[in-house]
Design a protein around this ligand. Structure first.
Ligand SMILES: Nc1ncnc2c1ncn2[C@@H]1O[C@H](COP(=O)(O)OP(=O)(O)O)[C@@H](O)[C@H]1O
Ligand SMILES: [Mg+2]
Length: 246
């Protein structure tokens, strides 16, 4: 009996260890030689000239750089909201450029949460409806998780309100909840506290980092604030269209 059980246990242990090692070795997100130009009257204007970036599951990374350095452009490409001119973006080992539009859309809905500087809530929906919006679209609505997010983000008393009846900080907490409601593998945030005063911004940042740790998702945040960037595990800076370690 033990003779049969022993080897099986070992095999499954070895397998689990190998799977764990693979997860650690192969990053969740890999960006390779990414290039993007915008058309201008003076001809194509290169913004990203070969960006390389790697993010492991659960890792938090601040993307820094001066205004106009291409932070939003990079986040849009990683979020599959725009097309690159060259290079690769691999999410979970899948090159998003080779996916059909439909496959890209479902990958975006299921694996990626996005928080924008301008909150971008749906004005005609209540807080509760906004929170559930993306999760319902993705077929990943989970009422228990939504309730927990609502509580953790301090939104219980606001669920029936509309976005225009909320402060900026409250709106951004709803946007964070909406992005995390799908339990994404990757949370992207583009200057999420850029429209908030310092106190409200710090509160949103603190809650976001707590929930990122709780869900185990990776977090990539664009910011020009060294103070906020210091709260994440890693920092990289966009300079002249490529990344330099900060
Ligand atoms: N849709 C667009 N069309 C043309 N130029 C753009 C567009 N979006 C951004 N840019 C230009 O690309 C550069 C990088 O912009 P952006 O990615 O928004 O930088 P950041 O987020 O770091 O401020 C800027 O010079 C900006 O003017
Ligand atoms: Mg920007």
């Amino acid at each position: 009996m033990f003779a049969r059980k022993g080897p099986r246990l070992n095999v499954s242990l070895v397998r689990a260890a190998k799977a764990h090692a693979d997860t650690l070795a192969s990053p969740l997100l890999r960006v390779v030689n990414l290039r993007k130009s915008y058309a201008t009257p003076q001809g194509p204007q290169p913004v990203l000239r070969g960006v390389d970036l790697s993010l492991r599951a659960g890792e938090t990374l601040a993307l820094m750089g001066e205004s106009g350095s291409g932070k939003s452009t990079l986040l849009h490409l990683v979020g599959a909201l725009d097309h690159a001119d060259g290079g690769q973006i691999l999410l979970d080992g899948v090159d998003i450029a080779v996916l059909s539009e439909n496959a890209r859309a479902s990958m975006r809905r299921e694996k990626i949460g996005v928080v924008f500087q301008q909150f971008n809530l749906v004005a005609s929906l209540t807080v509760a409806e906004n929170l559930a919006f993306q999760a319902r679209l993705a077929g990943r609505y989970d009422p228990d998780w939504q309730m927990r997010l609502t509580q953790r983000l301090g939104l219980e008393k606001l669920v029936a309100r509309y976005p225009e009846q909320l402060s900026g900080g409250q709106q951004q907490r709803v946007a964070v909840g909406r992005a995390l409601a799908v339990r994404p593998k990757l949370l992207l945030a583009d200057e999420p506290t850029g429209n908030l005063d310092e106190m409200a911004g710090d509160a949103v940042m603190g809650l976001t980092l707590e929930l990122v740790a709780e869900t185990g998702c990776a977090f990539l945040m664009a910011t020009h604030s060294a103070r906020l960037a210091a709260r994440l595990e890693r920092r990289e800076t966009l300079v002249a269209g490529a990344l330099a370690r900060a």
